[in-house]
Design a binder for this molecule. Structure first.
Ligand code: MBD
Ligand code: FE
Length: 278
């Protein structure tokens, strides 16, 4: 009785619970299962290969690198491309290009008004000051916008994912002033590399791919009545600018650095030495 062909099995898997459950979940799950059945068949995947894959997925989940792999396989950028297309289709103004959030954002960073020092003494790397204004897509200043900033430390690691850093190290939130302005001091961060000896690096070496991201700073900009912008800026000159493992860099987000040898007006940020201004 319970003998089926491959096609009959797929039909059974996909229809065995039609009456109950969530139709959207069912629709997506059916599609994914169908595609995997097909891939196993087309590629003649052996049982050993199949279980090796399952084992890798189990280790991936346990390692907390699920979000890292989605970025590395291009899914995060895919969703951004789709958002951009939806905006274009709906005739919504683009503004600053979006860039992926990535897997390393932590909500709840300490909040400051108008300006903040993001890093802590002792100074690491080159002093960086970034200042600007949050504008809406009509170019009007957005007062009271919350600008969430986060970046890697001098070793390319992020707090909360690195036992050597304090919680919320290199993560700050700034509320913009009446003219939409904000500024912060930190240091020019290096690039990021995926952790070695991890499920992600295992896959990437098997694929012959590197796991490097060019130097960048993340932003999440939110304001009452406005769509939230998730973006990044890239530090110019990085060798991985056009070879980002997460496919997340964008031309419009590579900033210009301006060497500043006369740091007057930055006393409140405790800048006393020459610095780089974005
Ligand atoms: C990062 O720092 C990052 O920004 C992304 C998108 C993925 C991995 C590490
Ligand atoms: Fe990052």
């Amino acid at each position: 009785m319970a003998e089926f062909t491959q096609e009959q099995l797929l039909e059974l898997v996909n229809t065995s619970q039609v009456a109950a459950g969530n139709p959207r979940v069912r629709q997506v799950a059916q599609r994914v299962v169908s595609d995997l059945f097909r891939a196993i068949d087309d590629l003649d995947v052996s049982p050993d290969e199949f279980w090796a894959g399952v084992n890798w997925l189990a280790r991936l989940g346990a390692s907390g690198q699920m979000g890292l792999i989605t970025a590395g396989l291009g899914f995060d950028r895919l969703l951004d491309i789709r958002e951009d297309e939806a905006d274009a289709k709906a005739g919504r103004a683009a503004g600053t290009p979006r860039a992926i959030e990535g897997p390393l954002y932590i909500a709840g960073a300490p909040l400051s008004e108008r300006e903040v020092r993001v890093d802590e003494a002792p100074q690491r790397g080159e002093v960086l000051v970034m200042e600007g204004r949050v504008l809406d897509t009509d170019g009007r200043p957005v007062a009271g916008a919350l600008v969430d900033v986060w970046h890697a430390n001098e070793k390319g690691r992020y707090s909360h994912f690195d036992p050597d850093q304090k919680d919320f190290a290199l993560r700050r939130k700034i509320r913009t002033g009446a003219d939409g302005s904000y500024r912060f001091r930190s240091f020019v961060p290096p690039g990021y590399a995926i952790p070695p000896n991890s499920p992600t690096s295992e896959l990437f070496s098997a694929l012959g791919r590197h796991g490097n991201r060019p130097a960048h700073i993340h932003f999440l900009v939110a304001a009452e009545g406005q769509r939230t912008l998730t973006t990044q800026v890239n530090i110019p000159g990085d060798t991985f600018l056009d070879d980002d493992f997460a496919f997340a860099t964008r031309d419009g987000l590579v900033v210009t650095l301006e060497p500043n040898t006369a740091p007057a007006g930055y006393e409140s940020l405790d800048v006393r030495e020459p610095f780089t201004r974005v």
